[in-house]
Write a protein that binds this ligand. Structure first.
Ligand SMILES: Nc1nc2c(ncn2[C@@H]2O[C@H](COP(=O)(O)OP(=O)(O)OP(=O)(O)O)[C@@H](O)[C@H]2O)c(=O)[nH]1
Ligand SMILES: [Mg+2]
Length: 289
């Protein structure tokens, strides 16, 4: 069985960093895993591991911008469209991996998650190739600083989720930036989420966070804005699909918890044992398998 985890989420959410830590964790657990880069704009330095499949081998944003005179955003969309037309390239690249676990680092263009056909098409192709696929959607803990920003993150997660009908896990990344002590500026902590209970209201979104305190922010005194908020509160109450697993990469237990959720969601290992790394496969250990 082949597995793929799509690592998705808005720009800067920590997707590439998480993908690297995920790789390290799987390798330490003697599980074969490979990194796939689908970000045509990724700098080579952004990877801790060399991707085995890299969209930049097919098309790079740099070339599109210099040769076709696209700007960065139109250029990215061009790259995805180009990949969509060349899915056989990806299929060929994927062909060489058996019984493996692919970590697919996706780009942070929000369009990709709201309405572009790129990810749904990719997912259909992975499923056709019999690759068991799930997605994680990261938003960063700084989103909890501002409840409007937070709920726009919740809505983007929901919209991405309904676009892709695959097992799905939402992750609140960069939890190391959250502190329970709001005065503790010197530790680099940027968020004064005052207590655990408050954090829980974000991880399992409490729509009343939005409903409370109408008009506290100066620029939101427009009654239409409150009606919209009430509608959103209702939507989140009626469809409690979105909750977040906290991820603190400075705490190995946190990463392990997130990965065990991913394994469970994908039913990893239902039909196999974790494998020894390849270099041991061909050697003396063969008969132990
Ligand atoms: N404090 C903290 N910073 C993090 C963490 N994860 C990532 N960062 C930082 O956040 C920034 C963005 O991280 P990336 O992993 O490149 O994020 P990304 O989602 O891949 O970004 P794009 O590919 O540009 O969308 C970098 O400066 C990272 O060092 C984390 O767990 N804690
Ligand atoms: Mg990235």
């Amino acid at each position: 069985m082949r597995y793929a985890v799509l690592v998705t989420g808005p720009a800067g959410a920590g997707k590439s960093t998480f993908s690297g830590s995920f790789m390290t964790h799987l390798q330490n657990s003697k599980r074969t895993s490979h990194l796939v880069n689908l970000d045509p704009a990724a700098a080579p330095t952004s990877f801790e591991y060399e991707p085995v499949i890299d969209i930049k081998d097919l098309i790079s944003l740099e070339d599109v911008m210099s040769e076709l005179q696209y700007g960065p955003n139109g250029g990215l969309v061009y790259c995805f469209e180009y990949l969509l037309e060349n899915m056989d390239w990806l299929e060929e690249e994927l062909g060489s991996f058996d019984d493996d676990y692919l970590i697919i680092d996706c780009p942070g263009q929000i369009e990709l998650y709201t309405h572009h056909p790129f990810l749904p098409t990719l997912v259909r192709n992975l499923q056709r190739l019999n690759i068991r696929t799930c997605a994680v959607y990261l938003i960063e803990s700084q989103f909890m600083e501002d409840k409007y920003k937070f709920f726009s993150g919740v809505l983007s997660a929901m919209s991405a989720m309904v676009n892709l009908e695959i097992p799905w896990i939402n992750i609140m990344s960069k939890m190391d930036l959250v502190t329970s002590n709001p005065d503790n500026e010197s530790s680099g902590a940027r968020i004064g989420v005052r207590n655990r209970k408050n954090i829980a209201r974000f991880l399992d979104p409490d729509p009343l966070l939005l409903a409370n305190e109408p008009g506290r922010e100066g620029n939101v005194s427009n009654p239409k804005f409150h009606s919209l908020n009430r509608a959103i509160v209702q939507l989140i109450e009626d469809h409690p699909l979105v909750s977040f697993l906290p991820l603190d990469l400075t705490n190995p237990d946190s990463l392990e918890t997130v990965i065990s959720h991913i394994d469970y969601t994908m039913q990893y290992g239902e039909d196999e044992e974790p494998k020894e790394p390849h270099d041991l496969d061909e050697g003396d250990f063969q008969d132990l398998e």
